[in-house]
Ligand binder design. Structure first.
Ligand SMILES: Nc1nc2c(ncn2[C@@H]2O[C@H](COP(=O)(O)OP(=O)(O)O)[C@@H](O)[C@H]2O)c(=O)[nH]1
Ligand SMILES: Nc1ncnc2c1ncn2[C@@H]1O[C@H](COP(=O)(O)OP(=O)(O)O)[C@@H](O)[C@H]1O
Length: 217
């Protein structure tokens, strides 16, 4: 188990799973990158997807881009911690990487949809911290999807049409962040992560630490 960086290096704790969900274009990928740049203990879960790579996306960094046959096999053999169909493509979280990271005391970050968040919650509610990211307005959401410049008008229209359904799940999350300013949103999520690391129940080594202080009083 990892030392609790914000308390004492003597106190071990379990890793946690931090989930970011949002309608497409609200900024969860941007916030995730910002958080990963600031925090060296959290590691990104790289999903598999049957969606084709966008220009600028790299296999093994943004996603593992795989075909349907391989995806179906991974789902059948239990190699996916959760999986869902989103916007006509399949997405899933490879189990091995997450379990290895948690076992090594790392926290793991997921940018996944509400279906995936629900599946993770069913299996590991105590280790899950979930954040829903909202756009400041519908018009700003559409502007961000257009300005990202990576999807056709048809794909953007489809994502806007599905935004309301994704947003309808906001109340299932532990925290909600309105992504107005990127840096502020990253700071908000970083604050959530820091506070959640200090939850008493996560700090397995706390009783021992307290005892060691009491023994010398
Ligand atoms: N359940 C689940 N959803 C995922 C996973 N990876 C990505 N997603 C979701 O799939 C949706 C589409 O992702 P993507 O194609 O990258 O589009 P973007 O959200 O507009 O960048 C988003 O809601 C993602 O959060 C995954 O492993 N599992
Ligand atoms: N707070 C923000 N203000 C302005 N633009 C933003 C903000 N957050 C993200 N963006 C931009 O909006 C677009 C969509 O963001 P992205 O992180 O890809 O969204 P998601 O992963 O939720 O689909 C990107 O071009 C990104 O640079």
């Amino acid at each position: 188990m990892a030392p609790t960086e914000y308390n004492s290096p003597h106190i071990s704790r379990r890793g946690l799973m931090l989930v970011l969900s949002s309608p497409s274009g609200a900024g969860k990928t941007t916030i995730a990158h910002g958080l990963l740049a600031r925090d060296s203990v959290i590691t990104n879960s790289i999903s598999v997807t049957t969606r084709p790579a966008r220009p600028g996306e790299t296999d093994g960094i943004d996603y593992f881009f795989i075909d349907q046959e391989r995806f179906d096999r991974m789902a059948e053999t239990g190699d996916l911690l959760e999986h869902a169909r989103v916007f006509g493509n399949c997405y899933g979280t490879p189990r091995g990487a997450v379990e290895n990271a948690l076992a090594a005391g790392r926290d793991v970050l997921f940018a996944i949809d509400w279906q995936g968040a629900q599946q993770l919650a069913q299996n590991a509610r105590d280790d899950l911290v979930s954040v829903f990211v909202l756009p400041p307005s519908a018009s700003e959401l559409e502007r961000r999807l257009r300005d990202r410049g990576q999807d056709s008008a048809e794909v953007i229209a489809n994502r806007m049409a599905k935004a309301s359904n994704e947003i309808s799940h906001w109340a299932e999350y532990d925290y909600v962040v309105v992504n107005q300013d990127v840096e502020e949103s990253v700071t908000a999520v970083e604050s959530i992560l820091r506070a959640e690391r200090l939850r008493r129940r996560r700090q397995a080594g706390l009783p021992q630490f307290v005892q060691s202080i009491q023994a010398t009083l």
